[in-house]
Design a protein around this ligand. Structure first.
Ligand SMILES: [Zn+2]
Ligand SMILES: [Zn+2]
Length: 328
C-alpha cells in the first residue's frame, strides 16, 4: 500500500509498504480522509507534538474511513488507552502507562490503510460524510479543552486565533451556553469566518491593544493559536477572577515572564489541556447532529502524492483552513 513516511525533520516520502495484518484485538481501517494538523507540521519541523515522533513512522492522526472489506464508517481515536493501568484507573487515560499514538509513535492515517486497536475505533452514523468525520479528533480535543476551561452559561469568552481549532472552540463554547464570544485574529478572511460561525464580535489582533480587550470583561480567554504574542495577550486581556486556557501549542522552548503578584491581584486561573481523553464519542455526536459545523472549515482536499510538497510549504498551503488528504 502507499504511505507517507516521516523519517526525520523535513524528510517526508511517499513509499510502498506492506499492507498491515491485524491481530485479533486490532482492526484494519481503509482510510478515506486524513486531516493535516498543526501538530503534523510541528513534527515535520522536527519539534515535539503531543509526544515525540518515532522516526520512520507514517504520520496522520485525524482520520476517517471504513473497516476494510465493509462499508462501515469509522473514525480512529489516535490515542490508545489500556484501561487497566494505575493512570487509567484514576481516569487519567491520556497519561496511560501503555499509551501509543497512531500517527506519531505508530503508523497513522497518511496511508491507504491503518491498524488500530479495536478500542480506538468508533462508528460514525451513515448520514455523516467521511470528510466531516475526519474532524472527530480535533473536535474531541477542543471539547476537552472547553470543558477544562469550565465554559458555561453566561460566560463572556475571548478566543485568540481563528484557525481550525479556534473556530471549533468557538462553536463548542456556543454549545456550552457562553453568552458572548469574541475572536481576536490577524487575518481578515478568518475573522469573517468566525462571524459566520456565530462570533458576536471580532478584533484585528494586529491593531487591538491588550488594554482594550481587558476592558471588555472576558471571564474566559482561550488561546488557540500557539502564537507567542497571543499567549501574552490572553493573560493580559482576561478579566479579574477569570480563567485563561492555553490551548494552542507553542514552540516547546517558548518561555514567558509571569508576575505571581499580578496573578494574585487579578485572581487569575491559568489552565492547559492535553489531547482528548474520553471525548471522541461526544465529538462524533456533535458533528452528527449539526451542533458543530465542520464542512466550511475545509480549505482544500489533496491526494497523498501532494502531501510532501504541501508540508514543505506548510505556512502558505495550510493558512486558509483544514487541508484533508483523500486516500480512497
Ligand atoms: Zn490534530
Ligand atoms: Zn492505561
Amino acid at each position: 500500500m502507499k504511505a507517507a513516511i516521516l523519517y526525520k525533520k523535513h524528510n517526508l516520502e511517499i513509499a510502498e509498504i506492506p499492507l498491515p495484518c491485524p491481530d485479533p484485538d486490532q482492526v484494519l481501517v481503509k482510510v478515506a480522509y486524513c486531516g493535516i494538523c498543526g501538530t503534523d507540521v510541528h513534527l515535520y519541523e522536527g519539534d515535539e507534538g503531543s509526544v515525540k515522533l518515532v522516526p520512520g513512522t507514517v504520520p496522520g492522526h485525524e482520520l476517517s474511513g471504513t473497516i476494510a472489506g465493509t462499508d462501515k464508517k469509522v473514525v480512529v481515536d489516535p490515542n490508545y488507552y489500556c484501561g487497566k493501568c494505575g493512570k487509567c484507573l484514576e481516569g487519567k487515560y491520556h497519561y496511560c502507562e501503555n499509551i501509543f499514538n497512531t500517527g506519531v509513535t505508530v503508523n497513522g492515517g497518511f496511508a491507504e490503510y491503518v491498524l488500530a486497536h479495536k478500542t480506538q475505533v468508533h462508528s460514525v452514523p451513515s448520514h455523516v460524510s467521511l470528510a466531516e468525520a475526519s474532524f472527530a479528533e480535533p473536535v474531541s480535543c477542543c471539547i476537552h479543552g472547553a470543558r477544562l476551561a469550565d465554559v458555561t452559561e453566561g460566560d463572556r469568552v475571548l478566543i485568540t486565533g481563528a484557525g481550525t481549532i479556534g473556530l471549533l472552540i468557538l462553536q463548542i463554547c456556543r454549545d456550552l451556553g457562553a453568552s458572548y464570544i469574541a475572536v481576536s485574529e490577524p487575518v481578515d478572511s478568518k475573522r469573517k469566518k468566525a462571524l459566520g460561525l456565530g462570533a458576536d464580535s471580532v478584533f484585528d489582533s494586529n491593531t487591538v491593544s491588550d488594554n482594550i480587550l481587558h476592558k471588555c470583561n472576558f471571564n474566559k480567554v482561550i488561546e488557540c493559536s500557539g502564537n507567542h504574542r497571543a499567549v501574552i495577550t490572553a493573560l493580559a486581556s482576561c478579566a479579574d477572577c477569570g480563567t485563561v486556557m492555553l490551548f494552542g501549542l507553542t514552540k516547546p522552548d517558548f518561555e514567558m515572564a509571569i508576575k505571581p503578584f499580578e496573578l494574585f491581584k487579578r485572581e487569575l486561573t491559568i489552565k492547559a489541556s492535553y489531547i482528548n481523553p474520553g471525548t471522541m464519542k461526544d465529538a462524533i455526536t456533535m458533528i452528527s447532529n449539526g451542533r458543530i459545523k465542520v464542512s466550511n472549515l475545509i480549505s482544500s482536499i489533496i491526494g497523498l502524492a501532494q502531501l510532501p510538497a504541501v508540508m514543505a510549504d506548510a505556512e502558505k498551503q495550510l493558512k486558509d483552513g483544514k487541508v484533508l488528504v483523500k486516500l480512497f
